[in-house]
Design a protein around this ligand. Sequence first.
Ligand code: XIL
Length: 454
Amino acid sequence: MRKNLISIGLLSCLLWSCTSSTSAPDDAATSTTTSSTASTAQTSGTSASAGGGAGGSNAGGSGSTSAGGGETNEGGGGGTDSATSGGTGGAGTGGADTGTGGMPDEGPKNLAEKYASLFPIGAAVDSQSYMTHAALLKTHFNSITAENEMKFESLQRNENSFTYDAADRIVSFAVTNKMKVRGHALVWHSQNPAWLFSNGSGGTVSRQTLLTRMKNHISNVVRHFRGKVYAWDVVNEAMMEDGSYRTGNLADGQKSRWHEILGESYIAEAFKAAHEADPDAKLFYNDFYNYIPAKQQGIYNMLKGLLDQGVPVHGVGLQAHLNIEPSAVTTNQAYHQNVANMEEAIKLYSSLGLDVQVTELDISLYIPGVTYNQSTFYTTATFTDALKAKQAARYREFFELFRKYKSVITGVTFWGIADDNTWLSEFSSGRKDFPLLFDLNHNPKPAYDAVVRF
Ligand code: XIL
């Protein structure tokens, strides 16, 4: 349930409009989240369109989905859609060549191999999916990111008590299968334990203590995974859509307490601490909406400033939570969501000599700015062949871009493996999404074909 609430907050921004920071949409269950939740939700209120969206008026009401697959509640209509409940059983189906659903029999069978000379292909996994989706992972991916298991609240829930078990299991799966591991994420405004920003007696932690806590966390975590995690998202989502810093002057769940208490210097301090703990690790700044011109410029300016000061930053992560088409609403962030704008971001960042990685790729069926409700939430029945083809075309155009920049792109990671386990469907409202290359039964979709045929 906690994951569901968190995601609702994130999605209220990703899927609707986030161009102005006013209040959360009426329906957003974000208001019920704790301060350690929602990250990207700089929600705006244009969301008349948000009504009935993911947060939905029924958020928290209906049966929640489970992160480990096996989701059964299809949209608002309720009822189990047995045809779609791939659940954990799909793990045995393995490789791409078992495909049904309109996939041609011929063609490349292995994603990572197809891209071997270009860049590694990764997937975000959780503490279940690296097992339930092991066959797909082993066949198609050669890099892994822990979806939640390396975040602050997962690794240091209580002060100075580090819990590495879940993350270690994921890392050891990767090592056994000769996969790279990206670490995600050391410093973020979201998914932090309550003690972190507290002085223990009801007040806010002092500047000096928070800096010490941050460095201590980074030092312990980066040393623990040294030699196994080759790249870290050191700072995540520190910038806003207008190119300014994410500050403390935002709603809970969206504001950065790091910035509020430490000022922008926390960013440089975090990178220095990570570099000290593992001089060999590639250190990334990671963020979303890089296609918005003002935001990409803000990120560029920040990174240039850091590099000019000699701060060890090595790359930029483009989250790339995309949608099947750009928003038609000019004030919506996703109005700017096109290949040309993404290309500008890649050019800009790489002009600083930085690596670029696509770190959290998925393509949602929902169009930001459009109103959805229980009757228009997608189901396996309404995810038609035409829509599959449209999603495939969108994947194709972005991968053409990634291949064009193979000299600076050093990794492309999907935020999930198959449609039966995606954060975009983590809603108690039952809103399903189908954003990845593999379907509910772990078979390749037309999107897979679009990505491997070139
Ligand atoms: C998401 C996870 O996928 C969810 O399971 C969790 O509930 C919230 O966080 N940007 C990020 C990721 O950097 O860490 C987020 O992951 C998605 C948005």
